[in-house]
Design a protein around this ligand. Sequence first.
Ligand SMILES: *Cc1c(COP(=O)(O)O)cnc(C)c1O
Length: 514
Amino acid sequence: MTNETTENQINQQMNDTNIDNLLFSDLLPANETGYEATRSFLLKIVDILLDFIKESSDRSTKIVDFHQPNQLKQLFDFTIPENPKNIQQILNDCKQCLKYQVKTGHPHYFNQLSCGLDIVSMAGEWLTATANTNMFTYEIAPIFILMEHFVLEKMRNIIGFPNGDSILAPGGAISNLYAIIVARHQMFPEYKTKGLKALPQLVLFTSEHSHYSTKGAGATCGFGTDNVIEVPVDANGRMIPEELERLVKESIEKGHRPFFVNCTCGTTVLGAFDPINPLADICAKYNMWLHIDAAWGGGCLLSRKHRHRLAGIERAQSVTWNPHKLMGTLLQCSTVHFKRDGLLIECNQMCADYLFQQDKHYDVSYDTGDKVIQCGRHNDIFKLWLMWRSKGDTGYEKHIDHLFDMTHYLVKRLKEEKDKFHLIWPEPECVNVCFWYIPTRLRNNEKNREWEQELGRITPLLKARMMNEGTLMVGYQPLGDKPNFFRNIISSSGVKPKDVDFLISEMDRLGHDL
Ligand SMILES: *Cc1c(COP(=O)(O)O)cnc(C)c1O
């Protein structure tokens, strides 16, 4: 298409405000004069997004229009065509895509640790996408790099690391990996050049209820999963310090070197908090690094009412804290913090000359790219900063307190309906609420092992009904000797008491005859 025909076409299209037959080549940047067409296209996109947001917060709409993968393959055109599709088709693709997407911001979505759609954070993500920069150097992301400094410093102050260093990582699993490699670097800096053979057999400890990423990092780092020892937990899912010490001694007797303890604050299923102070004492005694995986529970630090769950956190050497969980920041936003400054860069820097020239005309300590095992990094800070600005510390505290208030309301309601619901851990520490739903036929049975097995069998059947109806989403899993049970999460600030009431009545409506 020549420029002339393009321009004629645009003028004509603009006249009847129809841009649908345009092609990508009629928009910026391919078409230098394509601003009006671009604007019209993007306004239509925003309308599509606004429709999705409206539906997500409309309690009468479904959360999901569920289809099996084979059906979805038929319904949706995934192909990449040989020739360009016009803008109308592109707009249609966007609409179709959202039609089948789960509305994770819907107030009846209780499925994951990340629920809800914070509008300011989302606006931040839109801006981030538009600025489209990379976080490795100050040179190309000056505002965002300084913003990272401010926000991460604030988070360290909240933790109780007045100095130190931090980085945003692509998720809590990678943040935990950072903690492990930095701990190893501090104790055995020769690893960096000599590799694993230069080291004794290193051993890590984590609770049997902890997130699988510690085990995964053990495999990735070459320690082997056999050397990531799972420490038993008590009846509430918290690591037992005496068991940790026993296992540490055992591994010393074998000639191994215990070096890292992962203390979980907010376990993934139960939401339990390992006791930091006794674990810190053991780490001090045996010269081990204490890492706190507060990917989930970290948000409690923002609430005066709830931060006591992490008492002693400042004794750790490192902390993982995911704002994309309790704090409701858009995915992804994960942070890892170190008490000691300088370690992260020492551990990871490779001094690539083409990015991190030392003779730049600004303070190159702001080039964060050499601190990380990635090269480029996505801008995950702006959506957090903007959200925090919009709430202030007081608003964030209210946000966290609200999630706990709604959780307490849910627990109270489940206790009131105890013929229909069996709470497995009656006093949850976090916003995880674990329970079985009891269908009519099992309500008067003796609560023995067989009864539990039967409830465990019913759990996925009820989940399937929820998905097919599309009205409610709650996750489930087995844990230890407990067969499948529901784990309800309230991490969306949009959840109100009426949504908790809906959860209870809808489960009963869908499940009573199972
Ligand atoms: C979610 C979670 C992780 C992993 O975080 P991602 O961002 O999903 O990688 C690690 N640890 C705990 C305790 C978690 O809850």
